[in-house]
Design a protein around this ligand. Structure first.
Ligand code: KG4
Ligand code: ZN
Length: 365
């Protein structure tokens, strides 16, 4: 087999039948945090199986416990791979490649997926490619909606990330801004914990906010008064904590009060995310806004961006909830495109915890 011209995302130019053949029937593995997910994708578009196991055990601790997540992946992954192949009606020896999330995420969790993929690939004699988890979130909407009009701005808002990225086409990324401290989803989770609403915090706050008064508390809109595209959510969380301290400290709080805090907090988050996204659209001349990550499930954020984008004449693409949260299908999509373009199997595929060290953002900035 000939060596590709380059092996980085979007840069490889090999083409031809060999590359297409490798993308024919691919097993995809995602274990970067606390969701174990496996998919079988045919010819880069046809999802023949897609399983997601959310690890419920972390609820007991009010957050993800890395060691427990890694152990759960280890137990779940072999069984889920067998179940996915079964559901797809595909024997393992018919697979043409394996793709696995190798960065960024919890290193113990990533290692489980990467080690499994490498061993399975070796046993089957097929290539194994690494996919960047954030690139999966950036492009998740392409699964259902196909390519948007380029250029686009993508807003990825999850438990671990808040990223605003300009996309000129698949593989051509320019980082506009990230969070300086807590991610948007992390802020939801921390505020929900303060309110005694359990983990993960996004869904209960989203639900309660619909019944509360968003103007009841004047929480800060972090960094909106500053130029650029950076975010910061820890000050907002502190402002909520101070309000709760004045109201007597810990939960349970009165139902009305809880709903008002949830609604006011959510309004501050949505105002900030929407304003920075619009600013990014204006600055880049983007024709579409793509959402990704678990917070993209949020009802108020969806409604606000739907209105804002309609007003600006910009296409808005939001994945279905199961493709917003961590899932192997989005990894499959990115990996299939890399394989079809001739991306090489990485000789030393390794788990990489940080986005900065993962190559994606640094090479694209
Ligand atoms: O993408 P994801 O499943 O995992 C990570 O990569 O982090 O995102 C999980 C995050 C959690 O912080 C959760 O509270 C948040 O997404 N989330 C929401 C909603 N549903 C999930 N945040 C706001 N509103 C929601 N409806
Ligand atoms: Zn994620």
């Amino acid at each position: 087999m000939t060596a590709p011209a380059a092996s980085h995302d979007g840069a490889a130019i090999q083409g031809g039948h060999a590359a297409a053949a490798r993308a024919r029937l691919v097993l995809w593995i995602e274990t970067s945090c606390d969701d174990t997910s496996v998919a079988v994708l045919e010819d880069g578009t046809r999802l023949r199986a897609h399983l997601i196991a959310a690890q419920d055990l972390h609820r007991l601790y009010g957050g993800v416990v890395p060691e427990l997540a890694a152990r759960a992946h280890l137990e779940l992954l072999p069984r889920m791979v067998a179940a996915a192949l079964d559901e797809a009606g595909v024997a393992a020896d018919r697979l043409t490649a394996i793709a696995v999330t190798h960065a960024p995420g919890l290193v113990g969790s990533l290692v489980v997926g990467v080690a499994f993929a490498r061993a399975f690939g070796l046993a089957l004699g097929i290539p194994v490619v690494g996919v960047n988890h954030i690139e999966g979130h950036l492009l998740a909407t392409l699964l259902e909606h196909g390519e948007p009009p380029w250029p686009a701005v993508s807003l990825v808002v999850s438990g671990g990330h808040t990223e605003l990225v300009e996309i000129r086409g698949v593989g051509a990324y320019r980082w506009l801004g990230s969070t300086r401290d807590d991610a948007a989803g992390e802020a939801y989770d921390k505020v929900a914990k303060l309110l005694g609403l359990g983990f993960p915090g996004g869904p209960p706050i989203d639900r309660l906010a619909a019944t509360g008064d968003p103007a009841a508390f004047d929480f800060p809109r972090p960094m909106l008064d500053q130029p650029g595209f950076e975010f910061s959510f820890s000050g907002l969380k502190t402002a909520v904590a101070m309000t709760l301290a004045r109201a007597g400290g810990g939960p349970p709080f009165a139902e009305r009060f809880t709903a008002d805090v949830a609604a006011s907090f959510q309004r501050a988050v949505v105002d900030t995310l929407a304003a920075k996204s619009l600013r990014a659209i204006e600055a880049t001349g983007a024709r579409a806004l793509l959402l990704g990550g678990g917070v993209a499930c949020n009802g108020e954020l969806r409604r606000r961006l739907t209105d804002d984008c309609a007003r600006q004449g910009v296409a808005l693409r939001i994945p279905a909830p199961r493709f917003c949260a961590d899932n192997a299908a989005m990894i499959a999509l990115v990996g299939a495109r890399r394989l079809a373009r001739g991306a090489a199997e990485e000789a030393e595929l390794d788990a990489v915890a940080s986005l900065e060290a993962s190559g994606l953002s640094i090479s694209a900035r």
